[in-house]
Write a protein that binds this ligand. Structure first.
Ligand code: GTP
Ligand code: MG
Length: 385
């Protein structure tokens, strides 16, 4: 009797690999978009520099890590190392003055000031669509008043005003994505899957893109055998490593950065992982639905072996954390440890229903892949008929 026969047939991942690659291809930004974004970044930096000489615009997020999808926002930080310790006192009010610079160029502008540090959200002007007939478009006004080239349309940027670990972790994941192209492919695929299945809304009880990046990294570094990626945080620094590469804001930020040495394979003594994209996608879903314990375990990147328990971190019951202007609800239903800010649960945005939906969708995905990847045995009735 071949009751569970099908489950013993090794899966053929060709279809899911092809599908995965086509998804990655279709969500990747075009060279045109990438060029447009670099020039936008240059021009925004120029505007900031004219307003505050010596200031800098530091990109982070998917722009730096290489995990950007088509039309992704640009995450930026306005920084300037002035001699004044309080650059954002009410007299200088740089965020407001910067907001005005973009307003007069026809950008959509939204300055959030109820947050701990102000956030300036801007969007480049769209050409003719918004303007009334007979009146000059924002871009035309711009040309008259400022004598500037038109801006590329509909690029959104978030500008923060305080440097933070987000910059460091973006470069960290950029290094990892340069080690093996399957990391970026996995991230883009999982990001797209999470959007299609409505699992990527941190404000509505599911997970941020960054959360999914952590899950993929955990799987490729610590879980799949042999690993696709070495654990760069566990390779000790040389004794003469400068302090700035070791610690930031009181957290350990060291990781190994020598790409040539990483790609040579010598850091993966277990041999190279040769799995195709399809198999990695399947095993990712399988791992999170059957091996990983959402109730007791923590998704971690830095730890040897990758197994860590909520109990161990004291991440057990929800608690309130009082911030400067708001009170946060820290939840630990889905525990994702940030690689550097290890007290921060990136999965805090997930509520009970969100976690159940994520798990359910992972089960569904694994089932579909099993179905389309089970080869039909030559002697089976399906072929014989
Ligand atoms: P897309 O915007 O979807 O293209 O992805 P992204 O890679 O830019 O991620 P996201 O916008 O979710 O986050 C932006 C950056 O904020 C991340 O790359 C991290 O460096 C940083 N970050 C640090 N902690 C958190 C966190 O708890 N949640 C989120 N969302 N971002 C964090
Ligand atoms: Mg982003």
């Amino acid at each position: 009797g071949g009751r569970s026969y099908r489950h013993f047939v090794p899966l053929d991942y060709t279809l899911i690999t092809d599908y995965g690659k086509s998804v990655v291809q279709s969500v990747s930004p075009t060279p045109d978009e990438i060029a447009m974004k670099s020039s936008t970044l240059r021009r925004i930096t120029e505007i900031c520099n004219n307003l505050v000489p010596g200031s800098q615009i530091i990109p982070f997020g998917s722009l730096v890590s290489g995990f950007a999808t088509k039309g992704a926002d640009m995450d930026l930080i306005f920084a300037h190392d002035s001699l004044h310790p309080q650059p954002f006192s009410h007299e200088s009010n740089i965020p407001v003055r910067l907001a005005n610079e973009f307003l007069k160029r026809g950008f959509e502008v939204d300055l959030l000031i109820r947050t701990r540090v102000p956030i300036l959200k801007i969007k480049t002007p769209s050409n003719e669509l918004g303007s009334r007939p007979g009146s000059p478009s924002a871009q035309e006004t711009l040309k008259e008043d400022l004598d500037e080239e038109p801006w590329p349309e509909n690029i959104s940027c978030d500008i923060g005003f305080k440097a933070h670990l987000g910059i460091t972790n973006s470069y960290f994941f950029r290094t990892y994505s340069q080690c093996d192209s399957r990391f970026r492919e996995m991230v883009l695929f999982i990001k797209q899957w999470s959007k299609n299945r409505d699992l990527n809304s941190p404000y509505f009880g599911t997970l941020s893109s960054y959360g999914y990046v952590l899950m993929v990294a955990h799987f490729l570094i610590n879980i799949v055998k042999p690993p696709v990626l070495p654990n760069l945080q566990l390779i000790p620094p040389e004794p003469d490593t400068p302090e700035s590469e070791l610690r930031q804001d009181g957290f350990d930020i060291w990781y190994f950065k020598d790409i040539a040495k990483i790609t040579s394979g010598e850091l993966l003594p277990g041999g190279k992982n040769e799995m195709g994209l399809g198999q990695l996608i399947y095993e990712f879903f399988q791992y999170f639905t059957t091996n990983f314990n959402f109730v007791s375990e923590v998704v971690t990147i830095r730890s040897l072996g990758g197994v860590m328990y909520k109990q161990h971190k004291g991440w057990t019951s929800a608690r309130e954390r009082v911030g400067e202007t708001t009170t946060y609800q820290d939840r630990y239903l889905l525990a994702l440890e940030d690689p550097f800010e290890i007290t921060h649960n990136v999965g805090r945005t997930c509520g009970g229903p969100g976690v159940r939906r994520i798990r359910g969708e992972m089960q569904r995905a694994a089932q579909i892949i099993r179905k389309i990847s089970t080869p039909v045995a030559p002697e089976s009735p399906a072929l014989a008929a």
